[in-house]
Write a new protein. Structure first.
Length: 309
């Protein structure tokens, strides 16, 4: 199944910017934002070329799940294989498309099971020119948290961009199975800001809100959301924190209990900082991440509402 892409080719020369949503089939704000961008952008406004893919992982979307029938995570499968499983074939086609871009924006959310503080992220690329472009992209995107992470994570869309020196960012905005209007608005505005920043949409006036918190962490596995605060058993997850809350290491992050509530296991916070990801689906599998804490000093913390407005 070929990727369903929409290309807007401008009347004047300029760079090629690629925007994707739906790498995971249960992340809906990116899909809606991409459709709005398709309706908004016209060739007469564009210098260069914009390619938009609202739903990269169509089989996963049809299931209403993160992954397709082969249960492979597309964001761990790049560069894929042309003769592999459906997800491997999609990863192959997506990787080929990424290689044609001059800049890349990959839009995500927490899907049906997680919620993520609005953030933009990038790899801490060894090429200073690429890294600076990624910092510019994240800053003008206009979301309150910016996170630079381990440049060596494999299998991701941004891994392909990194390997080919293509400046790339990803974005997260809530999730939990909803399609949050604030997230759609933020994604449309952020993408338009990036297009303006790099001359693709020169007539657009950027609108950037509050000064972002910038955290860069090059330690191995930083940015890997699925390895934090793992559920010790299958059961009912009851969080002890809110998304955007500041928490100290050792404090209760949440509990997992059996169906009768007789066996309750507390998950302690592994570090001190900001809760940026929280498992919002009450049923949890053994070994699944219940959330992520971003290490920051307490004087940089804000109210949970700060991060969501």
């Amino acid at each position: 199944m070929p990727l369903e892409t929409h290309e807007i080719r401008g009347h004047r020369p300029g760079p090629h910017i690629l925007i994707t949503g739906g790498v995971h089939g249960d992340e809906f704000e990116p899909m809606a934002a991409c459709r709005r961008l398709i309706a908004t952008l016209t060739p007469d406004r564009i210098h260069g070329r914009v390619t938009i893919v609202p739903v990269v992982n169509v089989p996963a979307f049809r299931r209403g799940h993160r992954a397709g029938d082969d249960e492979k995570d597309l964001a761990r499968t790049c560069p894929g294989r042309p003769d592999g499983t459906p997800t491997e074939q999609i990863a192959h086609d997506l990787s080929a498309l990424i290689r044609t871009a001059d800049y890349y924006i990959d839009l995500h959310t927490g899907g049906t099971r997680l919620q993520v503080i609005p953030l933009t992220g990038y790899t801490l690329h060894p090429n200073a020119k690429v890294l600076e472009a990624q910092r510019r992209m994240s800053r003008v995107f206009g979301i309150p948290l910016i996170w630079g992470t381990d440049p060596n994570l494999k299998g991701r869309s941004l891994s392909i961009a990194r390997e080919h020196d293509i400046p790339a960012i990803y974005a997260e905005y809530l999730g939990g199975g909803r399609c949050e209007p604030r997230g759609i608005d933020a994604y449309v505005a952020g993408c338009l800001n990036v297009l303006a920043e790099f001359g693709v949409l020169p007539s657009h006036r950027q609108t950037v809100g509050k000064e972002p918190l910038v955290v860069e962490d090059d330690r191995p596995q930083s940015g890997h959301l699925q390895i934090n605060h793992l559920a010790p058993v299958e059961g009912f997850f009851d969080p002890a924190v809110r998304l955007g809350q500041f928490i100290r290491a050792g404090e209760p992050f949440g509990t997992v209990s059996d169906l009768l509530g007789r066996n309750v296991t507390t998950i302690p916070a592994s570090r001190t900082g900001l809760v940026i990801v929280l498992h919002s689906f009450s049923r949890v599998d053994a070994g699944s991440s219940c959330g992520v804490i971003l290490e920051i000093p307490e004087d940089q913390a804000r109210t949970p509402e700060h991060w969501l407005n």
